[in-house]
Design a protein around this ligand. Structure first.
Ligand code: GDP
Ligand code: MN
Length: 394
C-alpha cells in the first residue's frame, strides 16, 4: 500500500527524520488557515500518489495569504496524470543548497535490504540510474544484522555527498532504515533529501510503501487504507471485503477471480463496450458477497448495465444465484443485469434464476454472448436506466 507524502512524512518523523512542519487539508479555507499558522513562505503540495508533481504544477511556493489561497484553489481538484487532487499538504518552505536521493528497499534477488543514495536528487531517479548509474551508491544490508554506521558511511561517501551533509545524512539514513524495518515497509524513499544553506539535512519529500501482509501487526495501516482511497465506492467495497477498482466505462463487472475479471474486461472491449470497474468477489463467494457486490456497482451512476460473470470452482453458482436474488430484493437495481453462470452448480444456479424471474435480469450462456448483451443494453438506445423491457430469458 502506497502512502501519500504527508502520511509518509508523519511516519518518518516518528523515527526522528527531520521534516518540515505542515498540515494536510482538503479545502482552500483550511489551506489558508494552515498557511497563516505556519508562517510564510509556505509550499502548497498536491497529495497524489504519482511522482513529478512539481513539473505538473502541483507544487507551489506561497509568500502571502493571497498566494496561498490562489495556489490552493488552483491545485485542489487539479488532475495530475489521471489522479484528482483532493488534499494538499501545506508546509513551511525550505531553503535548498543541494538536493540528494536516499532510499531503502528490498532486493529480493540478493535476499537483502538495499540502501541507495545519490548526490543527484530532486530528479527522477530512474533517469539517473539510466544515464549515470555510477552516481548512485548502493549498499546491501543483511536484514538479520541491520544497519551499522559503516553502511551509512559507505552510502554517503560512495555518493560523494558534500562533506557538510555527511553527519546529518548518516543520522537520517539510520533513522530511515529503522523506519523501513519497523513499519514493515517495502520502500522508504526521500527525494529530495536536502542540505540547507545553514548546514542541516532534511527530508523534503517522502514516499513510503507498506507491506499489506504485515497489516495485522499495524492497526494504524487501516486508517491509511481508508484515507488512501478517495473513491467512496472503493472504500465501500473494501469495507465489504471486495476487490474493487473504478474505471471509466459504462458496463459494471462482477466476476470471481482476478484472471476471469480481466478477461471479462477484454471481452467487454471486444464487444465494443467499456468496463466501469473491476470487481472481483474472489473464490468461494456466497450469496451475501454477491449481493454486496451488486450494491457497490449499482451505486456508480456511470454504470448502465451490469455483467456478472461467474465460473464456479469453489464458488457455487447456486449461491451466486441466491445472492443475485437477495441483491435485487434489498436494493433498487435500476439497470439491466446480465448473468453468465458456468462451472460448479451452474445448472442449479440457472434453475434458481429461472424459477425467480427478476425484472431487468438476463441470463446468457457464454461469456461472449453475455458481454454482447451487456454492451448492447448499456447503449443510450438500450435499456440502461429502464430495465423493464428485459425479462428473464434462460
Ligand atoms: P515530486 O515532484 O512529486 O517528487 O515532489 P517533491 O516534493 O520532490 O518536490 C519537487 C521539487 O520541488 C523539489 O525537488 C524541490 O526542488 C521543490 N521544492 C519542494 N519543496 C520545496 C521547498 O520547501 N522549498 C524550495 N525552495 N523548493 C521546494
Ligand atoms: Mn520528490
Amino acid at each position: 500500500m502506497d502512502l501519500f507524502e504527508y502520511q509518509g512524512k508523519q511516519l518518518l518523523a516518528r523515527f526522528g527524520v527531520p521534516v518540515s512542519d505542515g498540515e494536510a487539508v482538503e479545502s482552500v479555507d483550511d489551506a489558508v488557515t494552515a498557511a497563516d499558522r505556519l508562517g510564510y513562505p509556505v509550499v502548497v503540495k498536491a497529495q497524489v500518489q504519482v511522482g513529478g508533481r512539481g513539473k505538473a504544477g502541483g507544487i507551489k511556493l506561497a509568500n502571502s495569504t493571497d498566494e496561498a489561497r490562489e495556489h490552493a484553489s488552483n491545485i485542489l481538484g487539479m488532475d495530475i496524470k489521471g489522479h484528482t487532487v483532493r488534499r494538499v499538504w501545506i508546509e513551511k518552505a525550505s531553503d535548498i543548497s543541494e538536493e540528494y536521493y536516499a532510499s531503502f528497499t528490498l532486493d529480493r534477488a540478493a535476499k537483502k535490504h538495499l540502501g541507495m543514495v545519490s548526490a543527484k536528487g530532486g530528479i527522477d531517479i530512474e533517469a539517473v540510474a539510466e544515464e549515470d548509474p555510477e552516481a548512485i551508491a548502493r549498499v546491501h544490508i543483511d536484514p538479520l544484522i541491520g544497519i551499522e554506521d559503516y553502511h551509512a558511511r559507505q552510502l554517503v561517501f560512495g555518493a560523494k555527498l558534500n562533506p557538510a551533509a555527511r553527519n546529518g545524512a548518516i543520522a537520517i539514513l539510520k533513522q530511515l532504515y529503522t523506519a523501513f524495518v519497523e513499519l514493515d515497509a517495502d520502500l522508504v524513499e526521500v527525494n529530495p533529501l536536502i542540505l540547507t544553506p545553514d548546514g542541516r539535512v532534511h527530508a523534503l519529500d517522502a514516499k513510503v510503501s507498506l507491506d499489506d501482509n504485515a497489516g495485522y501487526r499495524h492497526p494504524e495501516f487501516e486508517d491509511f487504507r481508508n484515507m488512501a482511497s478517495a473513491d467512496p465506492r472503493e472504500q465501500m467495497a473494501r469495507e465489504r471485503g471486495l476487490n474493487y477498482i473504478g474505471l471509466d466505462g459504462e458496463v459494471g463487472i462482477i466476476g470471481n477471480g482476478a484472471g476471469l475479471v480481466m478477461s471479462t474486461l477484454d471481452v467487454v472491449n471486444q464487444a465494443g463496450g467499456k468496463a466501469a470497474n473491476f470487481l472481483d468477489v474472489g473464490g468461494g463467494a456466497g450469496a451475501k458477497t454477491i449481493a454486496n457486490a451488486l450494491e457497490v456497482i449499482t451505486s456508480d451512476p456511470n454504470v448502465r448495465s451490469v455483467l456478472i460473470n461467474i465460473f464456479g470452482g469453489i464458488t457455487r453458482c447456486d449461491l451466486v444465484a441466491q445472492g443475485i436474488i437477495e441483491g435485487f430484493s434489498n436494493i433498487d437495481v435500476t439497470v439491466p443485469v446480465v448473468v453468465r453462470l458456468d462451472g460448479t452448480s451452474a445448472e442449479e444456479g440457472r434453475a434458481i434464476l429461472a424459477a425467480n424471474p427478476l425484472e431487468g435480469l438476463v441470463s446468457a450462456a457464454t461469456m461472449l454472448e453475455a458481454a454482447g448483451r451487456a454492451v448492447e443494453l448499456a447503449k443510450p438506445g438500450g435499456a440502461g436506466g429502464s430495465p423493464g423491457s428485459n425479462g428473464q430469458e434462460a
